[in-house]
Ligand binder design. Structure first.
Ligand code: MLT
Length: 409
């Protein structure tokens, strides 16, 4: 058989696997080193109790003939979809129907799987730097073209730099699919309403679709930052929104998220006929996906109870406190920093223009902190590293003590 040779065009391993391998190597060579992980955005607080209790009950359901659940609906159970519509959208004044919500095993899977519904020759626009799944999954699907100078020939890159506050602006050229993330991974910055409106206008004018990664919306503290793209007029005609329970309720290991595909969203076939994207996504999910597990969906549903909401809020506040501490300490240590106020991520500039991997090595070897090299998120991330606020408060404090004692002049 012939393989999908797009895989051979990709870098040998996925960014976070490369970081983990470097870390493993270092730990093997330095078994006594007490490394504090501030690289991958994995959470450290346990699952909120409301979800734990609900999952215990759901396990018991599985033990009784009368309450046992086999295959679930591919789109997700109505109890969870209704809870999402009523709690995540209705309070924003956004009318999202339960049947426009698709429960999944997480945002990452959906971001990659969505590639099944748009054509192989679509022009994809990605923020640089950005979450590597946007680029890698589209390269795998054959939309990258060839790689030269760390740029894929068929992508439209949306440069994010200090000059534009790391906020991508609509390009002059045409794109069909635009990946936007706000608050952004990795830079931690978030779009205002006006900035997001410019993107919706661009998408409508270009018959394009915005894939809006909203995995970090619970971290928004600024009232001018919209939590959902559907708060912007016209977005129901041009946007798919993806969210996750990972960073709010610690579901990184349990796996659950959702994708909103409105009824009012259309693409075009070869003959120019309008086709409902929701219909295609439903077809894709019913064919290739059997739904997130009943137990996990019951856990996610409980996050919308009064107790669950309080517990989720407490988790988010905890990580935001860490993020604030990182931002303030790294500034004090002489670094230029971005993000960390509407986001768990802090984007840190190399003090003397060192390349990202060099600063990664310095952090690992000199202060035993592992971070994510900015260049791993794209060429424009060169010269930066990303730190996360997802470790424990104690570890974050200790990490900042080390940074300050090593770097502060
Ligand atoms: C990150 O560190 O960027 C994220 O944790 C990765 C992910 O959510 O898959």
């Amino acid at each position: 058989m012939k393989i999908n040779d797009n895989f051979e065009k990709l870098p040998e391993s996925y960014l976070f696997s490369t970081v983990a391998a470097r870390l493993r190597e270092y730990r093997e060579a330095n078994p006594d080193a007490d490394v504090i992980r501030m690289d991958i955005g994995d959470v450290t607080l346990p699952i909120p109790d409301a979800a734990i209790q609900a999952m215990h009950r759901a396990v018991d359901d599985m033990a009784q003939k009368s309450t046992f659940h086999g295959y679930g609906p591919e789109q997700g159970y109505a109890f969870l979809r209704d809870a999402v519509a009523a709690n995540d959208y209705a309070p924003l004044g956004v009318d999202i129907a339960s049947d426009e919500i698709f429960i999944s095993d997480g945002a990452k899977s959906d971001l990659g799987n969505l590639g099944d519904i748009y054509s192989r020759d679509s022009i994809v626009a990605v923020a640089d730097p950005g979450y590597p799944v946007y680029v890698d999954s589209n390269v795998i699907d054959g939309r990258g073209g060839s790689l030269a100078d760390r740029h894929w020939s068929r992508f439209v890159y949306l440069p994010c730099s200090e000059q534009n506050g790391f906020k991508p602006v609509p390009p002059t050229e045409h794109a069909d699919i635009i990946f936007l993330c706000s608050p952004a991974n990795p830079t931690g910055v978030a779009f205002s309403r006006a900035e997001l409106k410019a993107w919706v206008d661009y998408a409508l004018a270009n018959d394009a679709v915005i894939v809006y990664d909203s995995a970090y919306c619970a971290y928004i503290t600024d009232p001018d930052v919209p939590a959902s793209i559907y708060q912007i007029e016209g977005a129901r005609q041009c946007a798919i929104e993806i969210r996750s329970f990972s960073k709010t309720a610690g579901f990184t290991g349990l796996r659950c998220g959702y994708t909103v595909v409105p009824h009012s969203l259309f693409g075009f076939d070869e003959e120019g006929n309008k086709v409902s994207l929701r219909k295609l996504w439903l077809r894709r999910q019913t064919t290739k996906f059997n739904g997130a597990s009943y137990i996990i969906q019951r856990g996610a549903e409980a996050l919308y109870s009064d107790e669950g909401k309080k517990q989720v809020r407490a988790n988010v506040e905890y990580y935001l406190t860490n993020a604030r501490l990182i931002r303030e300490s790294m500034s004090k240590a002489g670094f230029t920093v971005y993000g960390g106020d509407n986001s768990p991520y802090i984007w840190v500039k190399s003090p003397n223009g060192e390349p990202s991997w060099e600063l990664f090595d310095t952090c690992l070897k000199r202060v035993n902190i592992s971070c994510t090299p900015g260049v791993g998120f794209g060429d424009a991330g060169e010269g930066f590293i990303r730190l996360t606020g997802f470790n424990t408060f104690e570890n974050t404090k200790e990490a900042m003590r080390r940074f300050l004692s090593y770097f502060q002049q």
